[in-house]
Ligand binder design. Structure first.
Ligand SMILES: Cc1ncc(COP(=O)(O)O)c(C=O)c1O
Length: 442
């Protein structure tokens, strides 16, 4: 039975509710005509997606669908995915331990490389322990699902990542969605639902906006109300804080957050994720996080690649500072072009244009002129807030970033958007379609 919605909050999606911009499927038609109709509808609304293909390794410059471009939308923030030491470590691991782990961690899939990586991650995050997950998506699914149960409440920032939203669904707990970074709204929700138990969960760096959660206040509120905290450092790990240890470390909160999630597929250049926590929490997650229990362990080459990347980061702690200096440089250059970038304080810099089709046009224009910055549209972001999400790398040069800002300025004008105008030049479009609205709390 669906949980009772909270006043001032909403319950997780009920069975059959649309979860994204794709309308519900009609009855199956011969030759997939029902699917064709839905795809056409997405095309008409500027929401159709396709996969672009990169030839060669992931660097700051790539060949995209046959065209050389500056890559400005990769989460390979430190350029470690194609670092020689990371590649060698992954290749050696494949020769030594094989391509796959063959089973879940709790059966026969735990190998020495997993244990070594977990120990290194715990030392890096200054926690007692760490436990690996197959990906950041799986980590959030497993951790949120393990820390909140039916009848309890997940307090979640409205701009948290989709994997946290899905974790809330899996938890079957009630969900109180507080306004983005609004600690007063969170405090109100906590008072309202005091005594119910549950967890507060937030991204540290918000993936589509590049701003940072008010972690100190959140941790203080959690303590006051006897709740646990989960902080998703997918975009903080390797990027912010002393030596790239993340936003939690930057805020001086080492040891104060119950579970810090990090990914291995972004700044650490490989694939997978981890939860850094106390030894007891690790034991609890191993016994309760379904996405850990019921999924094959990380392949040894991914684990070894991430371990080599982590060692590089520890050896060269200034990498994160280089990344943030590059990000500040790009923001300045974009501001010079007239773009509004004040919302971001990190390596993720959104250029919000509003309309989905306009964002696509601007993206295509920029690609034609050698800059790849992916357009992000509903349901990833709210209707009317489509954007180009720029992601800076530590390996970009200042010159590349200056040129990119100029190219993006010109691409915006050609697509019909005047930077800084706040609204598309060719506007007259209502912000999104009402039926795109995600009826979820998050
Ligand atoms: C905030 C956040 N959490 C989790 C994830 C999922 O991580 P992964 O790509 O390892 O599944 C992402 C991915 O983009 C993210 O942005």
């Amino acid at each position: 039975m669906a949980a009772e919605p909270l006043p001032g909050a909403q319950a997780p999606a009920a069975e059959g509710e649309p979860l994204h911009a794709v309308p519900p499927l009609p009855p199956a038609a011969p030759d997939g005509d029902d699917l064709a109709a839905i795809l056409e509808d997405l095309r008409e609304r500027g929401l159709h997606r396709r996969m672009r293909v990169v030839t060669g390794p992931q660097g700051s410059r790539v060949v995209l669908d046959g065209r050389p471009v500056l890559l400005l939308c990769s989460n390979n923030y430190l350029g470690l995915a194609d670092h020689p030491r990371v590649r060698e470590a992954a290749a050696d691991a494949a020769m030594r331990w094989g391509a796959g782990a063959g089973a879940s961690r709790l059966v026969s899939g735990t190998m020495t490389v997993h244990r070594r990586l977990e120990e290194a991650l715990a030392a890096f995050k200054r926690t007692e322990a760490a436990v690996l997950f197959g990906s950041g998506y799986l980590a959030n699914l497993g951790v949120v699902g393990a820390l909140a149960r039916a009848g309890q409440v997940v307090f979640s920032d409205e701009l948290n990542h989709a994997s946290i939203i899905d974790g809330c669904r899996l938890a079957r707990a009630d969900v109180f969605v507080y306004d983005h970074r609004d600690v007063e709204h969170l405090a109100w929700g906590l008072r309202k639902h005091d005594g119910r138990g549950g967890v507060i969960v937030t991204d540290s760096v918000f993936s589509m906006d590049g701003d940072v959660a008010p972690l100190e206040e959140i941790v203080a509120l959690a303590r006051r109300h006897g709740l646990r905290t989960v902080v998703d450092e997918a975009h903080g790990t390797g990027c912010l804080g002393p030596g790239g240890r993340g936003a939690v470390a930057e805020a001086g909160l080492d040891g104060e957050v119950d579970v810090v999630i990090g990914t291995l597929g972004k700044a650490l250049g490989a694939y997978g994720a981890f939860a850094a926590c106390s030894a007891r929490m690790r034991e609890y997650l191993v016994n309760s996080a379904r996405s850990l229990i019921f999924s094959t362990a990380l392949p040894p080459p991914a684990a070894a690649g991430a371990l080599a990347a982590l060692e590089l980061l520890v050896e060269r702690p200034a990498m994160a500072a280089t990344l943030q200096a590059n990000a500040a440089w790009l923001r300045d250059e974009l501001a010079r072009e007239g773009f509004e970038v004040a919302g971001s304080s990190t390596q993720i810099v959104p250029l919000v244009v509003g309309d989905a089709a306009l964002a696509m046009r601007m993206c295509e224009e920029a690609i034609q002129h050698g800059v790849f910055a992916q357009a992000i549209r509903p349901p990833t972001v709210a209707p009317g807030t489509s954007r180009l999400r720029l992601a800076v790398m530590a390996t970009h040069t200042r010159d590349e970033l200056r040129q990119a800002a100029r190219t993006l300025g010109r691409a915006a004008l050609r697509a019909g958007f005047r930077p800084g105008a706040g609204l598309p030049v060719a506007a007259a479009q209502p912000p999104g379609h009402p039926d795109e609205r995600v009826p979820e709390p998050l």
